[in-house]
Design a protein. Sequence first.
Length: 94
Amino acid sequence: MNEEAVRLAMEDKYEEALPKYNQVISETKEDDEKLPLFLSNRAHCLIGMNRLDEAQADCERAIKLDDKCQYAYVTLSKQWAYRQKLGPACDVLR
């Protein structure tokens, strides 16, 4: 299911990808090491849909679960950049 969601997101089909990400996340245990990546992937999709608050929440949750999940930081920075807040976007990556 995650592979299909990733493929759809890569094709900018965010509306189709989001329910698949939601399902994968809902079926993944909180202590599963893959959950931060799944959350980061969904955040990327949410950014594409201009749902920046939700994307930020997913990234922050991913970082809380795994503070070494680099993709979560990159995606969090991206959502700040989409808000035209380049200071926080850069700070996240430091």
